[in-house]
Design a protein around this ligand. Structure first.
Ligand SMILES: Cc1cc2nc3c(=O)[nH]c(=O)nc-3n(C[C@H](O)[C@H](O)[C@H](O)COP(=O)(O)OP(=O)(O)OC[C@H]3O[C@@H](n4cnc5c(N)ncnc54)[C@H](O)[C@@H]3O)c2cc1C
Ligand code: FES
Ligand code: FES
Length: 1326
């Protein structure tokens, strides 16, 4: 039950309750207390499972509240702690907590899967700081991922609690800072009916701290009189021992020297999970206060090994504020990294001791502790100290802890005058990402000179452990701190630090470059510090840093994004009750925020339910020789193993089998499925299944290999216009280039899930599934089981994000689970772990494109020839349609008379790639836009000039001869230029670049013509079913699925307008194949469009039936009319239908009307790059999107923002990594970096273009689900613009190979300089 607050059971008694040390808090809360806390990654990396833990701190005698990720916390570790979950702080049935209310009303929820975690991170912050600063807010949310919203609205809700911020002045002056920038002649600012408020802050209930839950008095009593006796919890495989005294702990450690100490479990937990390792005994020192002590002495600081990293951060901050700067050099360096190390939850859980002892090669803190001469205070029978040095970190027995020893504390000495310590790190993104390279650097100079007295340099990420550059440092002692020393140091470092040809995670050249680039930064930092000191002791002259080089010193600060969202307000004559066009909150918003929104796996366990786990291929291309299930079947709890032989009907398609038979085509292909009483038993059983394979040839992973082997999934798709060959002969110049776009993982927060419940009669099945296409699941299950479709009912309440990834695949999981259900006669639940989800399901197609573009010297493009290939993976899936869409959309916004577009889908031995938001457009159009930048570079013009020159200007026909008017496109472009003050900022960017050598800015503006819908008429249909009940309430059902995009909210807005009835009368329960049959996937941006028309139709039918009654009693109420209608036997139920748009394409002729309409838009982004590290900061983005008459501006702006940020991820940080054997490495949020809250542009403005109309769609609105994705490329082109500025300055000849994502590695290596040169020379020599 959801009681307001839950303190965990007193674990003193949990021996009797049998608390299993292997059970995490997440599993405990979900299974034992059926709370709806969310699982999304299970590795602490996404924050979906965030809860607040409160503990009495014996040292400060205060209650400490902190956020944690429940998926990593063993239940046994919570002895004496109170846990507060999202259900505990408020409910829609009782009282909402202001955090819950505000996140929902600020439109901070879309699918809602991340929302409980967001709420709890914010709630915990407010428990500690009633009026937090923005910095604290950003810090609190840094560990929470959201794949839908783009974070801006979440932050907006949190900001309402903050101390008045200094950003936008709108609150105070009523005039937004952005209005000052734009040219007043723009149509947006001329419109008086433009709104910028999506919610009314004044309506929010105030935060009243007196209403918060108190720390349970029983736990307080326990904390004040701590028990000293040892607590032991025995699980099936693991025993948890928690001694009450240090003496007992030491005795236990001596008795069980192999047993690890468990603190935050952030290192042990993920390792145990990924390696399947079991420690039979775990020793928990959580109750030992000696490990949490902090001692400040005159020469240093001793911090208990049990202190969390968050506590260490506070302690260091205190020291920095108390001591003179010269003493706190090491502390400042540690603080710098503690701000970006993981998310807040992990910092709250992870201990200093655990961090040091784990010795991760990527550790951020160990390199600094090493150079800072930290020592480890060890304790067993006696005490001793060992240095925290490379030998210790490399695990050398002579320098390590003895098995019976534990780490009590870490001593970090103060620094002294003439001592300088710095820290550096570079990761895929700035925050919450493991560093590619981290470094700690320290130098002591002879007093008042520039002579090196002592030097220590330590690097993480470049070897198997943290590596020190002792030899280099030794050789530099006595040298002056000047340029020749820098040169020599780099040479020495390259020889000593980088292991030749190898480094963890690859990226060897990049890492080597960072090794020297960081040292260069350190060199400059020390010079800068010396400059300050020199004023005091004016005895020495140090090398001057030129002003242009100073920019190398600054790190990009983390700032909360600001911005304005503009939309056209509804007509002043529109009835107040009519919700169409208003920013109505997502129907489930409040339930998302309280955790009461039910997702598939939140459905309580049904009677006799079994759990299914999939067994997948470990080979990329092989013959299956044998499958031995015997050992697995004997394990306790295992009920059955489902193989292809158990399928009563068809096993998928001939070339795309549900369960592999004889042959596997990729790693991750499903071979069979274990069915067991519990998930734990099923997971253990899959390890016992023995499959033998015989490798087959060829094995193809890349597009290049596929081309070589002529391995394609479908015939080439081609469109042509004009005479390309002739045109190439007449142009002034020709450029040829290549574009490579990496794939993308959907990373929906809710992984694939399905529950199949067989019914007692007539082979009926109820299927609850997270899908965008329940009819497809239903059909696939029917053919797999060989039973008619009418026996199968699929239900979709809501989906925790789809993005195209839940169109095709859920049918596979549904069908396999259904086979299990039929075979065992019992309900089956199948919930994919994040790792399995990422391994099994494909994503966006990677692309390789070659172009040849012919143009005149003035930038007019006359001919464009593009040939592209996408990596389809091992089966066809949607690859043919993706190729078609890609080709159809390649021209984007440009009128080029002579075109040839060709595309093919390659067959490779990777999981099949599938639909993904934008469906080929975001990849393909990057080629077109890259051509533009190439032409600009060759003509010596700016890319925006080339764009404008070649854009469609008048009513015209596309390459496939579909007529359209580009008027709105041009309006979007002009508005964007204007609103972003593009031209003046272009000049400012150039000015900045002239003044700064190591930092460069870039700016880009991109136009977009995006076609909406499926290119097939039969896909454009929809149906709805509307019932009016005798109390007047209305139940609306339609064929669209709620994926977070707010379709249900929009549908009720439509029904409300049509029936002239407030939305409060209406309800949508679910999407079900029993109420609306034969539905089309909710995809291609037209879900609301076509279903809206169907709902409208149903409502109009009903209203027509009611008209005579209303006419007869015009003064009556709705309830009166409904009662009368019932009395008069008028049907109060109607089916609505929309026989949608015609959309045909004749590929033979290369002509057709494949799309119902276009969405136009434009985006301008500005970035700053750090040429030394490859990092970038997004300074500002302005988007203008043509939504026509938005049904719901809050939802539509949310779609634009969310898809833009997802696109930005595609083009900047999201990188899939495979092993040489085709195994996906990046299988979780640690390795695969989707944007976090700190990645949002500092200024982020979105405007919906006003006064635009389309006669075709429901109330003249447009579907915006996908289009924003491509606008993320404005960030990519801004980065390439900045890189081009760096290259120009360095006289690097432009190369026309474009690679997306523009990761720090790509950017750093493109900004070639003396350091990249040194690395290349070193590689040539070695
Ligand atoms: C999502 C995520 C993101 C992360 N991001 C970063 C990052 O950006 N940068 C970074 O540097 N690190 C990062 N980490 C790693 C993190 O810093 C370490 O996992 C953490 O510090 C380990 O501490 P712990 O208390 O959880 O250790 P535990 O997992 O509890 O224990 C780890 C090991 O330390 C030993 N141990 C612990 N205390 C003692 C003691 N007192 N005496 C003897 N042995 C002891 C245990 O026996 C065990 O072997 C991340 C981890 C996660 C899960
Ligand atoms: S599920 Fe716990 S952090 Fe992702
Ligand atoms: S709303 Fe955040 S993940 Fe969907």
């Amino acid at each position: 039950t959801h009681t307001p607050s839950k303190s965990l059971p007193n674990l003193k008694y949990s021996k009797k309750r049998n608390a299993d040390p292997e059970v995490t808090l997440l599993n405990f809360l979900r299974k034992n207390w059926t709370l709806l806390i969310k699982y999304a990654c299970g590795r602490g990396g996404c924050g979906a499972c965030t809860v607040m833990v409160s503990k009495h701190d014996p040292v400060s005698a205060k209650i400490r509240h902190f956020s944690i990720t429940a998926c990593l916390v063993p239940i046994c570790s919570l002895y004496g702690a109170a846990v507060t979950t999202v259900e505990g702080i408020g409910s829609i049935n009782t009282r909402l907590h202001p955090v819950q209310e505000r996140i929902a009303r600020s439109h901070g929820t879309q699918c809602g899967f991340c929302t409980p975690g967001m709420v709890m991170s914010m709630y915990t912050l407010l428990r500690n700081h009633l009026q937090p600063s923005e910095e604290q807010l950003m810090e609190a949310l840094g560990g929470n991922l959201c794949r839908c919203t783009g974070y801006r609205p979440i932050l907006a809700s949190g900001r309402t609690f903050c101390v008045e911020s200094t950003g936008c002045q709108k609150k105070r002056t009523g005039k937004c800072c952005l209005d000052l920038g734009g040219n007043d002649s723009s149509s947006l600012s001329r419109e008086s009916d433009i709104c910028t408020d999506l919610f009314v802050e004044e309506e929010f209930q105030p935060l009243d701290p007196t209403q918060e839950l108190i720390f349970p008095p029983e736990l307080l009593r326990m904390a004040k009189n701590p028990e000293k006796q040892t607590l032991t919890f025995c699980g099936e495989r693991v025993t948890w021992i928690s001694p009450g005294t240090l003496k007992d702990l030491l005795e236990l450690k001596a008795k069980h020297p192999e047993a690890p100490l468990i603190l935050g479990n952030t290192s042990l937990g993920p390792a145990m999970k990924s390696q399947g390792r079991v420690h039979p005994i775990l020793l928990s020192p959580a109750r030992i206060s000696e490990l949490s002590m902090v001692f400040k002495t005159s020469d240093g600081l001793t911090i208990g090994a049990g202190c969390s990293l968050a506590q260490v951060k506070d302690i260091l901050a205190e020291q920095v504020s108390e001591l003179p700067e010269e003493k706190t050099q090491t502390y400042r360096a540690l603080l710098k990294h503690l701000k970006s190390l993981a998310g807040q939850q992990i910092r709250n859980m992870a201990s200093l001791g655990g961090h040091v002892i784990s010795r991760h090669c990527y550790s951020d803190l160990n390199p600094i502790l090493v150079v800072g001469n930290a020592t480890l205070n060890l304790i067993s029978e006696g005490t001793r100290q060992i240095p925290l040095n490379d030998h210790f970190l490399a695990g050398l027995a002579s320098a390590d802890l003895k098995p019976e020893e534990i780490l009590e504390s870490v001593y970090i000495p103060h620094s002294q005058k003439w001592e300088f310590v710095s820290a550096f790190r570079q990761a895929q993104c700035q925050q919450n990402a493991l560093a590619d390279v981290s470094a700690g650097m320290r130098v002591i100079l002879e007093e008042a000179t520039d002579t090196i007295k002592e030097l220590s340099l330590s690097y993480g990420g470049v070897g198997e452990s943290t590596i020190g550059a002792h030899k280099s440092c030794q050789q530099l002692i006595g040298r002056p701190w000047n340029e020749p020393m820098l040169e020599e140091a780099c040479r020495l470092l390259l020889e000593e630090v980088s292991l030749p040809g190898w480094a963890p995670g690859g990226r060897v050249e990049f890492k080597r470059t960072l090794v020297v680039s960081f040292f260069f930064k350190f060199y400059l930092e020390v010079l800068q510090e010396l400059k300050k000191l020199v004023k005091v002791s004016d005895s020495h002259h140090y090398p001057e840093i030129s002003d242009r080089f100073l920019s190398a010193l600054e790190d990009f600060p983390v700032t909360g994004p600001r911005g304005v969202q503009r939309y056209q307000s509804v007509d002043s004559h529109q009835s107040l009750q009519d919700p169409v066009g208003r920013p109505i909150m997502h129907l489930s918003g409040l339930k998302h925020a309280t955790g009461e929104a039910i997702f598939c796996d939140d459905i309580p366990m049904v009677d006799r339910e079994l759990f299914m786990v999939l067994v997948t291929s470990t080979k990329a291309h092989a013959k299956i020789i044998s499958i031995d299930l015997s050992e697995a079947l004997e394990l306790p709890g295992v009920v059955d193993v489902i193989t292809a032989e158990d399928i009563p009907g068809t096993n998928g398609a001939e070339d795309d089998k549900l369960l592999a038979v004889d042959e596997v085509l990729c790693v991750g292909q499903i071979i069979c499925a274990v069915v067991a009483e519990t998930d734990v038993q099923a997971k253990r059983a899959i390890e016992k299944i023995k499959i033998t394979y015989k490798d087959l040839e060829p094995i193809i992973f890349t597009i290049n290999d596929a081309i070589k082997h002529n391995s394609f999934l479908c015939p080439e798709k081609k469109l042509e216009q004009g005479n390309i060959e002739e045109a190439f002969e007449k142009v002034d110049q020709i450029v040829e280039g290549e574009v490579h776009v990496g794939g993308q993982e959907h990373f929906y927060m809710e992984t694939q899930r399905v529950i199949v419940i067989p019914k007692a009669e007539d082979k009926e099945l109820d299927i609850y599934v997270s899908t965008q296409d329940p009819a497809h699941v239903q059909k696939t299950v029917s053919s797999t089981l060989n039973i008619p479709i009418n026996r199968i009912t699929c239900h979709v309440k809501r989906v925790g994000g789809g993005f195209g990834g839940k169109v095709g695949r859920p049918a596979v999981f549904g069908a396999i689970a259904a086979v299990g259900a039929i075979k065992t006669g019992r309900p089956i639940r199948l919930v994919l772990d994040r790792e399995d989800d990422m391994l099994i399901t494909g994503g966006r197609h990677p692309l390789f494109g070659k172009y040849k573009v012919g143009f005149m010297n003035n930038g007019r493009i006359k001919a464009l020839d593009i040939e592209c290939f996408i990596n389809g993976g091992c089966t066809l899936d949607d690859s043919e349609q993706v190729t078609e869409f890609l080709i159809l959309k390649l021209e984007n916004a440009y009128k080029i008379r002579n075109l040839r577009f060709r595309g093919r889908a390659c067959m490779t031995n990777l999981p099949s790639n599938t639909a993904f938001r934008g469906f080929g457009f975001p990849q393909g159009t990057l080629i077109t836009e890259s051509c533009i930048t190439a032409v600009a570079a060759k003509c010596g013009l700016l890319p925006e000039e080339i764009r404008e020159k070649n854009m469609y200007k008048t009513i015209d026909k596309t390459i496939y001869k579909q007529a359209f008017s580009p008027e709105t496109l041009i309006r979007c472009w002009n508005e964007c230029l204007d609103k972003s003050s593009f031209h003046s900022r272009r000049i400012q960017v150039e000015e900045f670049n002239k003044k700064n050598y190591w930092k460069k800015k870039g700016i880009a503006i991109i136009p977009m013509k995006f076609s909406v819908g499926f290119a097939a008429t039969s896909y454009h249909q929809a149906a709805a079913l509307v019932h009016i009940y005798t109390d007047g309430s209305v139940l609306v059902t339609h064929g669209g699925n709620e994926l977070g995009q707010g379709i249900h909210t929009k549908m009720l807005q439509v029904a409300s307008r049509e029936l002239k009835l407030p939305m409060s009368y209406m309800h949508i329960c679910e999407t079900s194949t029993a109420t609306v049959p034969n539905t089309i996937a909710t995809a291609a941006s037209i879900g609301s469009d076509v279903n809206g028309k169907a709902v409208q139709n149903a409502c109009q039918i009903l209203l027509k039936r009611l008209e005579p009654i209303i006419k007869k009693n015009p003064g009556g109420t709705w309830e009166d009319w409904i009662e009368a209608a019932f009395e008069q036997r008028i049907s109060l139920s109607a089916t609505g239908y929309f026989r949608g748009y015609k959309a045909d394409m004749d590929w033979e002729k290369g002509e057709g009307d494949p799309f119902p309409y276009y969405v136009y838009g434009a985006a301008c982004s500005e970035v700053e790059i750090d040429c030394l590290t490859g990092a970038h900061k997004k300074i500002r983005t302005d988007i203008i999107m043509d939504a026509c008459c938005s049904l719901n501006p809050a939802i539509d702006i949310g779609q634009v923002e969310g898809s833009f940020i997802q696109g930005m991820g595609l083009y900047t940080t999201e990188e899939l990594k495979y092993s040489p054997e085709g195994v996906l490495y990046s299988r979780g949020p640690d390795e695969y970096k989707i944007p976090t809250i700190t990645d949002v542009p500092e200024e982020f403005n979105v405007s919906l273009l006003p006064s635009s109309q389309t006669p075709l769609t429901i109330y003249s609105s447009k579907g915006l689900g996908e289009s924003g994705m491509f606008l993320g490329s404005s960030v990519f082109f801004a980065i390439t613009d900045a890189v081009a500025a760096a290259c120009k300055e360095r006289d690097i000849v432009e190369d026309f190979i474009v690679k997306s994502p523009a990761t720090p590695e790509q950017v750093r290596m493109a900004c070639a300089d003396r350091f990249t040169e040194m690395v290349r020379n070193y590689c040539l020599l070695s």
